[in-house]
Design a protein around this ligand. Structure first.
Ligand SMILES: *[C@@H]1O[C@H](CO)[C@@H](O)[C@H](O)[C@H]1NC(C)=O
Length: 288
């Protein structure tokens, strides 16, 4: 019995954590890292990095297509379907082999980052107190290839005097982990005047850091968690009552006694608060 309850609580907790992660939607324009805002939307493009290696008698070209803000745009129909980057990929790796004048042959296509719809990167930074991080990591897992899950780790480096057109540098691709390094002004926090070319287009720039109207704010997340938590409590509670306790009728509602009392508790509380407020008002000034 006890163990069962504990298992149920664990289940609810895991569900809440998962939902909590899913509700915090990734917004490149107002990326939150350690309480600071970054505008990575200036980098929102499909960027192609190509390196050629001589592999006699052929040339092997390795391409990485990268977009730090969204899944890559689907490739045109002119590319054979089998050679296209998979859907929902944010970073895609492909290898093409060139041999004399033969038609180039795509020998590998794989998703380095982003597999399912809704996959989003996580951003990590170390902070030392009051300074905004000048370097942070963008991490997202990709597809499983040969029992190895590929993933990407982009290290962003704040470079105030650089250009947002600077391309990421490939550090290495080893054991399925692609490491990139990207030095751009967009990797500087907005409060530092990081992305100068924003030019006042963003009126709430540098405003409230932890609450925004787009729904990703702290309070809306808490609210969502409460609502979802309550729904889960009801569903799991009813399931428990029906399947384990074998209750029927009104008894399937979990904690029935408490919920019977609940409206009266609320009424009492409201009455109490009202008395306090109106009492104080009466002392101060009269309500017309
Ligand atoms: C790589 O080699 C291919 C085939 O020779 C060529 O078309 C392409 O431009 C090369 N890319 C780079 C970055 O050198």
């Amino acid at each position: 019995m006890r163990r069962m309850m504990r298992a149920l609580f664990a289940l609810v907790f895991v569900a809440l954590v998962l939902i909590g992660r899913a509700t915090a939607e990734f917004d490149c324009k107002k990326t939150q890292i350690a309480g600071y805002t970054y505008d990575l939307s200036l980098l929102a493009n499909d960027i192609t990095l190509e390196t050629n290696t001589t592999t006699p008698p052929t040339i092997t070209s390795t391409k990485y297509k990268v977009n730090p803000c969204a899944p890559l745009v689907a490739e045109p129909a002119s590319v054979p379907e089998i050679d296209r980057c998979p859907e929902n990929a944010w970073i895609c790796r492909s290898v093409t082999n060139y041999k004399n004048d033969d038609k180039p042959r795509v020998t590998e296509v794989g998703t380095v980052a982003g597999v399912r719809k809704g996959d989003e990167p996580i951003l990590e930074a170390r902070t030392n107190g009051n300074q905004s991080p000048t370097t942070f990591h963008w991490k997202l897992a990709g597809a499983e290839v040969d029992k190895l899950t590929w993933s990407a780790d982009i290290q962003f480096i704040c470079d105030k005097n650089g250009d947002n057109k600077n391309q990421p540098q490939i550090v290495d691709f080893k054991d399925g982990l692609l490491k990139l390094e990207w030095s751009v002004p967009a990797a500087c926090a907005l409060e530092d005047g990081g992305s100068g070319d924003d030019g006042g287009k963003n009126p709430d720039k540098g405003g409230d850091k932890d609450e925004d109207s787009s729904g990703g704010g702290f309070f809306s997340t808490i609210f969502t968690l409460l609502v979802v938590g309550f729904a889960l409590y009801l569903v799991i509670g009813v399931m428990y009552k029906v399947l384990v306790v074998r209750a029927n009728g009104l008894d399937i509602i979990p904690n029935l006694a408490f919920w019977r009392e609940f409206p009266y508790l609320c009424a009492d509380f409201t009455q109490h608060m009202w008395n306090m407020v109106s009492g104080r008002r009466r002392e101060g000034y009269s309500v017309v």
